[in-house]
Design a protein around this ligand. Structure first.
Ligand code: FA5
Length: 340
């Protein structure tokens, strides 16, 4: 007990006299660090006679608390002294405004991708990724688009080698076959990502843009499941129920295939966004073609499913009222700063 009282007094004096943070840190190390004085006292407690141990343990802990308190108040003393010195130095003006910290913000595509990812996650969907440089097999062949098939002309392709074995993926559908080969049905997955097309660009066409693929493989899946999932998606994006309609659409990897239109969320009687039609073409989709299931090693007699290919860049445009898709990836900070 006597030792701890002496140690407390000694430590207090030294801490009160310390003139720099380095000195305080040295005292702190000596007393409080692993292998320091307090640790030594605590380690000695078990060797004391039984009745003395509780009081000795308490005294050692008390020493630790006192030193910590003394260190904190000395640090405050040093900080105040440093501030006072700064204030009295020439040129210091406490009334000058502080330098504004620049805050970054998430890109609108990232914002919407995260929202949609959360939404689909809640419905049991996995979130998958795939390579942007793809094989012809995944991008076309296994999706029921053989070589020389006219459907290849629907998407102008950047080829990466003279033989055309590697391409920049033209759609996130390329990940469908990878997913089906890797995961055992039943499963649900979405694939947000960048895709590339050799396009003449305009306000609604970019050579590099984002899509989000959706794929559900299970038993007894019908068009009704597809429509209700799309409605949940649109309610999540626009915050309210949106009327939808299906039109026939042709994609070799789905049968039947549809174009899903959404009732324009911006007008009642027609506007520039919906080209005066009150409908917006939003989501190509359909029931997965048996040939695609077969190419992925899944028995189409047992399993079925639906797939959709959301034009994520177009949806971002609608959601944030952006008039030109080319703004999205142009990297202009004046544009991007509006989405913080
Ligand atoms: C496809 O890419 C199909 N893979 C979609 C699909 C998936 C159908 C699953 C059926 C089942 P499409 O070429 O129509 O389809 O493109 C899909 C969406 O991407 C379009 O609706 C559009 O919103 C968007 N899109 C297409 N081209 C561009 C472009 N150049 N710039 C920006 N968005 C584009």
């Amino acid at each position: 007990m006597e030792t701890t009282t002496n140690l407390t007094n000694q430590a207090r004096e030294r801490i009160a006299a310390a003139a720099t943070e380095d000195e305080l840190r040295a005292i702190e190390r000596e007393y409080l660090d692993k292998g320091g004085i307090v640790a030594g006292l605590l380690a000695a407690v078990p060797s004391l006679p039984g009745p003395e141990r509780p009081a000795a343990g308490r005294a050692a802990n008390q020493l630790k608390l006192e030193i910590q308190a003394a260190l904190a108040s000395s640090r405050e003393r040093l900080a105040q002294a440093a501030l006072a010195a700064l204030r009295s130095s020439a040129g210091f003006d406490a009334t000058l405004p502080a330098v504004r910290a620049e805050r970054g913000s998430l890109h609108p595509i990232t914002q919407l991708t995260r929202e949609l990812t959360d939404l689909f996650h809640a419905m049991g969907f996995l979130v998958l990724d795939g390579p942007e440089v793809e094989t012809d097999l995944h991008n076309f062949e296994a999706l029921n688009i053989p070589k020389d098939h006219p459907a290849r002309d629907m998407q102008d392709t950047f080829r990466c080698d003279p033989e055309g074995k590697l391409v920049l993926r033209t759609h996130t559908s390329a990940v469908q076959v990878r997913a089906m080969r890797r995961l055992k049905p039943p499963f649900r997955a979405i694939v947000p990502g960048k895709v590339f097309r050799q396009e003449t660009t305009d306000a609604s066409h970019e050579h590099t843009f984002h899509q989000m693929e959706g794929l559900v493989i299970d038993k007894h899946i019908s068009v009704a499941h597809l429509i209700s999932t799309m409605k949940v998606l649109l309610r999540g994006v626009f915050g309210r129920e949106i009327e939808v309609r299906l039109r026939p659409g042709y994609f070799p990897f789905v049968e039947p295939g549809f174009e899903l239109d959404a009732r324009c969320p911006f007008c009642k009687a027609g506007c520039s966004v919906c080209k005066q039609s009150t409908w917006i073409e939003l989501l190509p989709c359909g029931m997965v073609h048996p040939n695609v299931l077969r190419a992925s090693g899944i028995d189409p007699e047992v399993w079925g499913g639906f797939a959709f290919g959301l034009g994520l860049s177009r949806l971002v445009m609608l959601r944030f009222q952006i008039d030109d898709v080319r703004r999205l990836l142009a990297g202009d900070l004046r544009f991007l700063e509006q989405f913080s």
